[in-house]
Design a protein around this ligand. Structure first.
Ligand code: FEO
Ligand code: CA
Ligand code: CA
Ligand code: CA
Length: 642
């Protein structure tokens, strides 16, 4: 809810000069109260404060509104080691890490002892973004990202003595799993291990570079002197599905896999991409030399891309789409503009990074799927800038085109050509004036009204680092609950230069921080609170599904929130209801639907992470395993509907 919306409902635009207690938490460290009042806060009205902080006035407007879109009974917060769905719903596991995907694959070995050869035929670890591709009424393909591995559970030695085969096993456990599922008599689906479509794309799969940076000197290595083919994809976080039936898998935290055998002085660009002397513990560089940056400094440039693959063709060579830029990609939200050009919205998930828009040069042709394969190879990339009048928590924004020769993207600033802008996109976007955001995660486009939503999951650096000042679109210092920004392009045209934006939802804890900015927005109460919104999806009716990847300690600032969870919001009324809760230590991420919206597929990633104890999904004393859950209504109805 925004200031103007609130005023519309209340007929009030009176300015408020007094800060209620606790509002100082909105003020960036270093800003005095007076300076704050004379600047950002000076024209924030009581109405805006009410809307921002979930105070009573706004709740009178919307608090009792019953959304006609949300037709299920909310589940309570949970700390149980189970997956909980509402009354009248059932959830079952479809596939877990280590389950066989091929007829000749071994069953999961509960000791975790299976070798690389076994893993190459099994479902991989850390299920994340996924899309469903129908084959017929009762058959479909699932394309699923496998983001990383949980080292403690992945090896019997818990990572203490990583061998060469351990690295290979890990490399086989990253990437994308594509497999056929079939609907049984009871309506639930199961994996068909005999399907000809089943395929693993992992760290040893050849992938071609396409688009403007393919072959660029910065992508060349001793193994690939032409800069045209790279082995593998990793950090496969969220996803996209094109209107021409291909799958997009987005590479996120590639920097975690690189290390150096001897000391390397990183330049500012390498530092901006988070490269460090040490990896996060996978030891790949000791057994696969290309991950040693001291020897192969260009190898990291070959990751951080969006990869396109045709799931209907098991022989299809995947392609890294350099026109979409190199980032810690979260997902790729695609919409076709009225004139047929394809628009892709993308977030870069790191503290203080940016939001991007790609507009294709060519036009979508629904009658020629093959011709559409090149649409994401040529077009214009822009970065978002969010602006607002002083004191407003909404405003206008515009897209700044990242084109060589303009907006400071010149050889003097380190960009010899357009390809270098794409490869070092973070640096280019900052020079051009993009707004630094609170960790952009998933972006989704409303199916009916062209509004766009982006989760900003949290950002402890907001208001702390000089380049990340508190601003209207990121209004809380040390934002540890996250929020969701929404924009609508001018006249609903996704090609428009400008957009109007507001904050759709601000997460918070009204029990721990009542009456302050950290209580969250009006839609948040003690019964539905959560932190760190991340995954999102719209269903065909316009329900906004929200998944969380946050602090599950259930203590302190996060008391009462329990495990990570899934919620559903009505984007018109703003109402939010908790739909599901995950097991201990997990993140809930990845969501897709059967074409009739009567089965929902939801990812449970890394149960038992960070030293927590989980035995999900099998119980007993079993190893915790990342798992895709299937959710159905017992009466066979549409998920979430009345
Ligand atoms: Fe893989 Fe930003 O989440
Ligand atoms: Ca995520
Ligand atoms: Ca996250
Ligand atoms: Ca994750």
């Amino acid at each position: 809810m925004s200031l103007r919306d609130f005023q519309k409902h209340n007929g009030s635009s009176k300015l408020h000069e007094e800060l209620p207690s606790g509002f100082e938490q909105l003020i960036a460290p270093g800003l005095t109260r007076r300076r704050f009042l004379s600047g950002f806060g000076s024209v924030i009205g009581a109405a805006a404060l009410g809307s921002f902080m979930g105070m009573a006035p706004l709740q009178r407007v919307h608090g009792n509104t019953r959304s006609s879109l949300l037709g299920f009974t909310q589940v309570p917060a949970s700390t149980a080691d189970t997956f909980v769905v509402p009354q009248g719903y059932s959830a079952r596991a479809l596939v877990s890490w280590g389950d066989p995907l091929f007829a000749d694959a071994p069953e999961f070995d509960a000791s975790g002892m299976q070798d690389s050869a076994a893993q190459s035929l099994q479902f991989d670890d850390n299920t994340d973004g996924m899309s469903l591709f129908p084959v017929d009424d009762d058959r479909a393909l699932l394309a699923v990202n496998n983001e990383f591995v949980n080292i403690r559970n992945f090896y019997p030695h818990e990572g203490d003595a990583i061998t060469s085969d351990d690295v290979l096993k890990s490399q086989y456990a990253h990437g994308v799993s594509i497999f056929e599922i079939r609907r049984g008599e009871d309506g639930f689906w199961s994996v068909d291990k005999t399907s000809q479509f089943n395929r693993r794309i992992h760290m040893r799969t050849p992938i071609e570079f396409s688009g403007p940076a393919a072959g660029h000197p910065l992508l060349r290595t001793s193994d690939d002197p032409a800069g045209g083919v790279v082995l593998g994809t990793l950090g496969n976080c969220a996803n996209g599905k094109t209107p021409w039936g291909t799958y997009l898998t987005c590479e996120e935290n590639f920097q975690d896999y690189f290390a150096t055998s001897t000391e390397v002085q990183f330049d500012a660009t390498q530092q901006r991409y988070g490269l460090k002397q040490r990896d996060v513990g996978g030891d790949w560089y000791r057994h696969d030399e290309r991950f040693d940056m001291a020897k192969h400094p260009h190898e990291p440039n070959r990751f951080g891309w969006v990869v396109e693959v045709n799931p209907y063709d098991p022989q299809d060579t995947p392609r890294k789409l350099t026109a979409l830029g190199r980032l810690a990609h979260e997902n790729a939200a695609i919409v076709v503009a009225e004139d047929g050009r394809v628009v892709v919205y993308m977030g870069d998930d790191a503290r203080g990074e940016h939001i991007y828009r790609f507009v294709s040069e060519g036009r979508f042709n629904p009658n020629d799927p093959a011709a559409n394969r090149g649409l994401l190879d040529s077009g214009k990339l822009s970065v978002a800038r969010f602006e607002a009048a002083p004191g407003d928590l909404q405003g206008r924004g515009h897209w700044i085109e990242l084109e060589h020769g303009s907006h400071g993207l010149t050889p003097e600033n380190g960009f010899a050509d357009q390809a270098e802008i794409l490869i070092n996109l973070r640096v280019a976007a900052s020079i051009a004036g993009g707004t630094t955001m609170d960790r952009p995660e998933w972006i989704v486009v409303h199916p009916h009204n062209n509004s766009v939503f982006c989760t900003l999951t949290n950002n402890r650096n907001r208001g702390v680092l000089e380049n990340q000042p508190v601003d209207a679109a990121n209004p809380r210092a040390e934002n540890h609950y996250g929020h969701i920004v929404r924009w609508t392009p001018t006249q609903g045209d996704h090609l428009a230069e400008h957009f109007d934006w507001d904050l759709f939802l601000i997460a918070g804890n009204p029990a721990v921080h009542p009456g302050t900015a950290y209580a969250g927005s009006a839609a948040i109460n003690e019964d539905n609170m959560f932190n760190s919104p991340d995954g999102m999806a719209f269903d065909a009716d316009g329900r906004l599904w929200i998944q969380t990847d946050g602090d599950y300690s259930n203590k302190g600032d996060f008391a009462g929130m329990g495990n990570n969870q899934m919620l559903c919001a009505d984007p018109i009324t703003g109402e939010v209801r908790r739909f599901a809760t995950g097991p201990v230590g997990c993140e809930v991420t990845g969501v897709t639907f059967a074409p009739d919206y009567r089965t929902m597929f939801v990812g449970v990633q890394h149960p038992g992470a960070d030293g927590t104890v989980s035995h999900f999904p099998a119980g007993g004393d079993s190893k915790p395993r990342s798992t895709i859950m299937m959710i159905q209504r017992d009466d066979g109805g549409v998920i979430g509907a009345a």
